[in-house]
Design a protein around this ligand. Structure first.
Ligand code: MN
Length: 223
């Protein structure tokens, strides 16, 4: 999905990697929101949305591009130590870009309510009911220690949905193998300006703008 948020290409032309594959350098860019900053009010304020998208997400994009540039240089020099040293920056900034790109699409001013169709059937099968899934996702997400994310994910191995949490910007699929369907950002930058220290109110409120159509299409694509 990141291909939709990448600007092609910087220097794809004549370089070939060690395996003979064409070495392409993709430069990531901040995806546009499909709604205005104030569109999710009163549940998420315009101030939060603007800062979160324009500053926080944009910083992950900028720093991911820097890290990938350094990675290309390290690979070109065959500097294995430098390649390894870049992994934390790639995970943090790459995870931040992946996570937020999903998060914006998981939300909609026309969201809320309950899912329908195959998504609801899967939730009912694996959790018993929508309310039971919501209760588990809220409890797990509120309980994240420090900064991180709560997720509803899909396990391609078992065909089942499950709830998981990740610390920092650790991306769900690379960390757990679960395909991310619906994520809740519980970094303080996501809610503190409006909800102060009351994370549970923010996590509950976000269900009023949950875009279940987007979650359903992610499940369909994952199957
Ligand atoms: Mn965030």
């Amino acid at each position: 999905m990141l291909s939709t948020t990448c600007n092609v290409l910087k220097r794809c032309a004549s370089k070939t990697g060690s395996l003979g594959a064409v070495s392409c350098r993709l430069k990531h860019s901040l995806p546009d929101l499909k709604y205005d900053f104030n569109a999710l009010e009163p549940y998420i304020s315009a101030d939060i949305m603007q800062l979160h998208h324009q500053k926080h997400h944009n910083t992950y994009v900028t720093n991911l591009n820097v890290a990938e540039e350094k990675l290309q240089e390290a690979i070109a020099k065959n500097d294995t130590s430098a390649i390894i040293a870049l992994q934390p920056a790639l995970k943090f900034n790459g995870g931040g870009h992946i996570n937020h790109s999903i998060f914006w699409e998981n939300l909609s001013p026309n969201g809320g309510g309950e899912p329908t169709g195959d998504l609801l059937a899967a939730i009912n099968k694996d959790f018993g009911s929508f309310d039971a899934m919501k209760k588990q996702l809220v409890a797990s997400t509120v309980a994240v220690q420090g900064s991180g994310w709560g997720w509803l994910g899909y396990n391609p191995g078992t065909g089942r949905l499950s709830v998981a949490t990740c610390a920092n910007q650790d991306p769900l699929q690379a960390t757990t193998g679960l395909v991310p369907l619906f994520g809740i950002d519980v970094w303080e930058h996501a809610y503190y300006l409006q909800y102060k220290n009351v994370r549970p109110d923010y996590v509950s409120a976000i269900f009023n703008v949950a875009n279940w159509d987007d979650v359903a299409s992610r499940l369909a694509a994952a199957k």
